[in-house]
Design a protein around this ligand. Structure first.
Ligand SMILES: Nc1nc2c(ncn2[C@@H]2O[C@H](COP(=O)(O)OP(=O)(O)OP(=O)(O)O)[C@@H](O)[C@H]2O)c(=O)[nH]1
Length: 353
């Protein structure tokens, strides 16, 4: 199964792929004239190193573009470029040493900070050890300048990472409960559906709705209602397996994804959740029950249909008296359930509660 917050990976991967493509393009534009010049001077070893490096970068960029797998491609480029530049410094001497600054900056944009720091340190050490500087002061200047560039790049990469994490959490997390929001549910449900259908594994999705929640707000205030919603999310998370996922769909409605779980397994898991919710007050002395509708994945499902079947079952649970688990596929045929879903939404009134 994919990472719980698949969108995190997508955001990160897209930025890194953009950096890899930019780096590949700039490398070709920046290095080709030097390679031509060296070819004219007969420096064939250096030309060979530069051409092989450009081809390697282009291959990694192409792989990243095709597969959207940016992390490995970025790391390979960093190791490769540092190795080739260390070799070029040995072959060509001080004339290529200034490129170290560019490579160090690029390292932190393409690879994780630890790898970038390691490779940059090795490159700087090689440049210091293999370059014959005119004076000790020139060597000291190069050493200090390159370490400062590495430090700035490290700090910049760290700040970018912090901002990316913040952005991710704004995009995919529900701010009240801290669990995944509707957007992350859509991504994970689509991924789970594809994976489970391909492997022929069962999976169940459930829609959970707090009962008579309007009365909670009306009697105890919106703040108590908010705390109850948060308490509910915590309670559900505490009694599900690690690979199960819970999302807040909106309001007092939640979605629970149970991968690798068939009808009987889901029945046990969902009864456990239902029981845990009503067993203790969610907030202050407030005891709330929950109704749950569930649907097992069927071969011709897409994720909205799968979810709609669970939602339809939720209305059966509500109609049957609440505080219960209902499975899709009971009384009505699919067409009828869909009609119930639409009608149920618009016709329910507070008096029903
Ligand atoms: N405190 C709080 N209340 C919310 C939030 N989102 C939705 N609600 C309230 O949840 C209530 C949902 O009410 P209804 O959809 O009528 O359902 P219900 O009262 O739970 O009744 P049943 O679902 O039929 O058992 C409404 O009063 C909403 O204002 C929220 O984020 N915080």
């Amino acid at each position: 199964m994919k990472h719980p917050f698949a969108l995190d990976n997508r955001l990160g991967a897209d930025v890194r792929i953009a950096m890899i493509l930019l780096f590949a393009a700039l490398t070709v534009v920046g290095i080709t004239p030097f390679a031509v010049m060296r070819a004219l001077n007969g420096q064939w070893l250096a030309v060979a190193l530069e051409v092989v490096m450009m081809l390697g970068i282009a291959a990694c960029a192409g792989h990243a573009w095709r597969t959207r797998e940016s992390a490995v491609a970025g790391s390979i480029i960093v190791v490769m470029v540092c190795t080739f530049y260390a070799a070029l410094i040995v072959v060509l001497g001080p004339s290529v040493t200034p490129w170290v600054f560019v490579v160090v900056m690029a390292n932190f944009m393409l690879a994780p900070r630890l790898l970038a720091t390691g490779c940059s340190t090795v490159l700087i050490a090689t440049a210091l050890g293999m370059t014959s500087f005119a004076q000790p002061a020139a060597m000291a200047t190069f050493a200090v300048a390159s370490v400062l560039v590495m430090l700035f790049a490290f700090i910049f990469a760290s700040l970018t990472e912090v901002q990316r994490t913040l952005l991710e959490s704004l995009v995919i997390r529900d701010p009240l409960t801290g669990i995944g929001n509707r957007r992350s549910m859509e991504i994970e449900l689509a991924d789970a559906l594809k994976g489970h259908l391909a492997r022929g594994e069962p999976a169940t999705v459930a829609v959970l709705d707090l009962d008579h929640f309007k009365q909670v707000n009306d009697r105890y205030g919106h703040d108590a209602g908010d705390r109850a919603i948060k308490g509910f999310a915590d309670r559900v998370q505490a009694c599900i397996r690690k690979r199960d996922r819970v999302f807040r769909l909106g309001g007092e409605e939640f979605v629970l994804l149970l991968p690798g779980t068939d009808h009987s397994g889901a029945r046990v898991a969902l009864e456990k959740v239902r029981d845990a919710v009503q067993a203790e007050p969610l907030v202050d002395q407030l005891r709330i029950t929950t109704s749950i509708g569930a649907a097992m994945l069927e071969p011709d499902d897409d994720w909205p249909r799968w979810l709609a079947r669970a939602d339809s079952a939720l209305y059966q649970a509500k109609d049957a008296g609440r505080d219960r688990v209902s499975f899709d596929g009971g009384l009505a045929r699919p067409g009828e359930r869909r009609l119930r879903l639409v009608a149920g939404r618009s016709q329910r009134s507070p008096e029903d509660d």
